[in-house]
Design a protein around this ligand. Structure first.
Ligand SMILES: [Zn+2]
Length: 96
């Protein structure tokens, strides 16, 4: 997979990715960097997601609740996750 450029200089719009994570080759604003930062500060991260942009965050989190395509991806990739039903389950997880 090719490294995602931080900026393009061939168009008049010059899109930039100032929040790109240097360790990620896919995301313009990788959620894993925020998960890692929270974990480094001592937080236990419970991640809820449903799609492509949630994959890196799910890999980095302590606990994952997933639905839709993220759920299918977690099953395929062996990323431990629970199906997201509603936020009540998160409270139950917190109590455990
Ligand atoms: Zn990423």
């Amino acid at each position: 997979m090719a490294r995602q450029p931080r900026a393009f200089r061939r168009t008049a719009h010059d899109p930039e990715f100032p929040w790109a994570d240097p360790s990620c080759t896919r995301c313009g604003n990788c959620k894993a960097q925020y998960v890692r930062d929270l974990r480094a500060r001592g937080f236990r991260v419970v991640f809820v997601g449903d799609g492509l942009s949630d994959r890196c965050g799910a890999r980095a989190a302590d606990t994952v609740f997933a639905r839709a395509s993220l759920w299918e991806w977690c099953l395929r990739e062996g990323v431990g996750a629970r199906p997201f039903v509603d936020f009540g389950a998160l409270r139950e997880d917190e109590a455990a």
